[in-house]
Ligand binder design. Structure first.
Ligand code: GTP
Length: 256
């Protein structure tokens, strides 16, 4: 249980940053990890990751941040790395409406390849480049909020990697949202684990292992299968948290 972990334990979280090419994903990661900003960044090819230790609400985390290539031609290189993610930052640039429109597709791509439950996974929507002059803004904050509400996402923030505005806050928000979802998952798991002794237990009929032979007709077997749903229940799915610790590395690049 999260609230029973030893005080000095560090939790490793895999954080994936997605969004159109040029919205500032690499700048966001570099500003957060190294407090550096490079105006002339190259496009990312494939994926890169960097680790950063952070304390949030008195607990230690190592964020393994995966910066992905936003350009469509690198799709096949980035998607294998979505699996095992704990949090996903969906990024757009406030001066680029198309990049906001693209969030729908980014979310779908992530859900498909990470294979997680849409309503239980912590997404954070990040509007980067909020240092831009007022007249450059193409994406109203309220419109993003509306989109987030429609998609069950309750974390939204605007950042600037250039001026270092809200960059750390975006990652803190990501950790808090992960923790929030983790708590919900734990409560659900506990509820599912509880056996109600007052309820009648429905036994499986016509099973080979119980009846000692295949006496039942195929029609009867089909009925028994559909009645006895408990035989088909798989263990409750968490929202994408890995069961194993990932290998730590301070910075690695995966490129062509
Ligand atoms: N004004 C402003 N410009 C930014 C900001 N962040 C990034 N940029 C600019 O946007 C360019 C692209 O940023 P990147 O971080 O490379 O964008 P990316 O999303 O990683 O792009 P891909 O690697 O192609 O997916 C940078 O070279 C900067 O010139 C910001 O916060 N404000």
């Amino acid at each position: 249980m999260t609230n029973m972990r030893p005080p000095n334990k560090t939790t490793l979280l895999k954080v994936v940053i997605l969004g159109d090419g040029g919205v500032g994903k690499s700048c966001l990661m570099n500003r957060f990890v190294s407090n550096r900003y490079d105006e002339n960044n190259f496009h990312t090819i494939g994926v890169e990751f960097m680790n950063k230790d952070i304390d949030v609400d008195g607990e230690k985390y190592t964020l393994q941040i995966w910066d992905t290539a936003g350009q469509e031609r690198f799709r096949a290189l980035r998607t294998p790395f979505y699996r095992g993610s704990d949090v996903c930052l969906l990024c757009y640039a406030i001066d680029d409406y198309d990049s906001f429109r693209g969030l729908k597709q980014w979310r779908q791509e992530f859900l498909h390849y990470a294979d997680v439950n849409a309503d239980k996974f912590p997404f954070i929507v990040v509007g980067n480049k909020n240092d831009m002059a007022h007249h450059c803004r193409q994406v109203p904050y309220d419109e993003v909020k509306q989109w987030c509400d429609q998609n069950n996402i309750n974390c939204q923030i605007e950042t600037s990697s250039k001026t270092a505005t809200n960059v750390t806050d975006a990652f803190v928000l990501a950790v808090r949202q992960w923790k929030h979802m983790e708590r919900i998952a734990e409560i659900e798991l506990k509820q599912n684990d509880t056996i109600d002794l007052t309820k009648t237990i429905k036994l499986a009929h016509n099973r080979f292992c119980c009846t000692g032979g295949g006496g039942g007709s195929s029609a009867a077997s089909t009925n028994a299968d559909s009645e006895d749903e408990s035989m088909n229940i798989v263990s409750p799915k968490r929202f994408g948290r890995r069961q194993q610790q990932q290998q730590k590395a301070s910075s690695t690049q995966f490129q062509l």
